[in-house]
Ligand binder design. Structure first.
Ligand code: ADP
Ligand code: ASP
Ligand code: MG
Length: 424
């Protein structure tokens, strides 16, 4: 049966990472689809380039482009001999990025973003595919934009399942090829204009392909042993969760556990396809499996920290109540700026939210201010404790300055002033 593997940026961040990925692919004898992200932190670097392009700052465009070029070029030099035909192909491909940023930008930032950032995934999959073929791992590279069809909501496009299914089946033939290498995160509209599915969207692409292909499983390969009960970069006592149900995993992803993109679970759950989260550093380790498990639930507290949040409080100018009309207007403004709400709270007079402190947040506030009184608090963090206990709450909140809190049966959430985290 078909399997789908997804490799994130960390797994292909340098030549030795790519060799390791090739080893993992080689050890699988099933028909396989491999979805790969942009290398390392390339998407962030692409965002810097887009910003310079929009601002038309030529020095910054050149610097940002050169950083991207040098990084990839170094990897290509390490993987291929001088005369290898791919070296020339790489030069041609990366030049297309340079040509793209020599044009004049239009007024739609989201559109321009989607025409530039996907170079990261296109180039990374071309490098991995060519290298794998060179070392005898026969594979077919595929442009995922021929398969994943979306609407034209740039930077946050929605997948058109009917069309995508049609085009996946049209483009993939497992009688012909046992191994396909393709991109995550990107797609195209019915007019063949490139779109993206939202940051960190490659996990989701893996799930979409697994769903459409009725895959046996989706494995996402990470730099952690599996899903842990906290981000180990932040919380030193994080322990691995062996098995999680789909609904619980959806909750964890929704609250911001970075290890899985929130949209990933539904397409898998609908077809009962298990999701394995495994370490690319140690293939033999079991990892975490997410599947339908009825009885066994996660029984330890799970901690999720979202940094660099903004806590915004909105109230009507005329001291009237926050009613449905106001709320739908407020949501429409958030929707317009594509700003996702991480926590919301309302009282008679106020509506408060916690959001990521992203590019358009100032514009959002200005738009809200036209209609409402808006106060906001920068430099806050959002801590969520799933399956909380009194001890867990104490550990997370002691010595912290509380801005807001929310408690439900299974979940405790705290908006805290940013401060150092020290665990003993
Ligand atoms: P990718 O390379 O696939 O894009 P990410 O960097 O997006 O991977 O996600 C992996 C990272 O997620 C890990 O390095 C880890 O620091 C972080 N992380 C956050 N929460 C968790 C968690 N609950 N379990 C495991 N890892 C987590
Ligand atoms: N490269 C994209 C990002 O960094 C998509 C992904 O890696 O999932 O957001
Ligand atoms: Mg990622």
């Amino acid at each position: 049966m078909i399997q789908v593997y997804k490799f994130g940026g960390a797994s292909v961040k340098d030549a030795s990472g790519i060799k390791n990925v090739c080893n993992i692919i080689k050890n699988n004898s099933n028909p396989l689809v491999v979805v790969i992200s942009a290398m390392g932190k390339t998407t962030n670097a692409m965002e810097v380039l887009v910003e310079a392009f929009i601002q038309q700052n030529q020095t910054q465009i050149k610097n940002a482009y050169e950083a991207i070029f040098d990084y990839h070029n170094q990897i290509v030099q390490n993987l291929f001999d001088d005369g290898h035909p791919f070296v020339l192909k790489f030069d041609q491909q990366i030049k297309k990025l340079w040509e793209r940023v020599q044009r004049n930008p239009g007024l739609d930032y989201d559109f321009e973003y989607d025409q530039i950032v996907p170079f990261g995934e296109l180039i990374s999959t071309q490098i991995v595919s060519a290298y794998a073929n060179t070392i005898g791992i026969e594979n077919q590279w595929l442009d995922v934009r021929k398969m994943i069809k979306t609407d034209e909501n740039y930077r946050d496009a929605d997948v058109n399942w009917g069309l995508s299914s049609q085009f996946v089946h049209k483009n993939m033939n497992f009688e012909k090829h046992q191994l396909y290498i393709t991109q995550g995160f990107i797609g195209s509209s019915i007019n063949n204009i490139t779109t993206t599915l939202g940051r960190e969207g490659s996990d989701y692409t893996g799930a979409v392909l697994a769903h459409i292909l009725d895959a046996e499983s989706l494995s996402i390969w990470k730099d952690v042993p599996g899903v842990l009960n906290a981000d180990p970069r932040w919380y030193p006592f994080a322990q691995q969760l062996k098995e999680i149900s789909y609904p619980e995993a959806i909750e964890l992803a929704y609250y911001g556990a970075q290890v899985i993109h929130p949209k990933t679970l539904k397409p898998l759950q609908n077809k009962n396809i298990p999701l394995f989260v495994k370490s690319f550093l140690d293939e033999q380790q079991e990892g975490t499996v997410i599947q339908s498990v009825e009885s066994k639930e996660v029984d330890v507290p799970v901690y999720i920290l979202k940094r660099q949040q903004l806590f915004i409080t909105i109230s009507p100018k005329d001291f009237s109540f926050i009613l449905e009309d106001n709320l739908s207007e407020i949501f429409a403004i958030f929707g317009h700026y594509k700003i996702k709400i991480n926590l919301m709270q309302n009282s008679a007079l106020n509506f408060s939210v916690c959001v990521n402190n992203v590019r358009d947040v100032k514009k959002l506030i200005e738009a809200l201010q036209k209609k409402f009184v808006v106060r906001y608090n920068e430099h806050v963090e959002l801590v969520t404790i799933r399956n909380y206990t009194a001890a867990a709450i104490h550990e997370m909140t002691q010595g912290k300055e509380l801005v807001d809190s929310q408690l439900s049966r299974k979940t405790a959430r705290y908006v805290l002033k940013e401060s150092e985290w020290e665990f003993k």
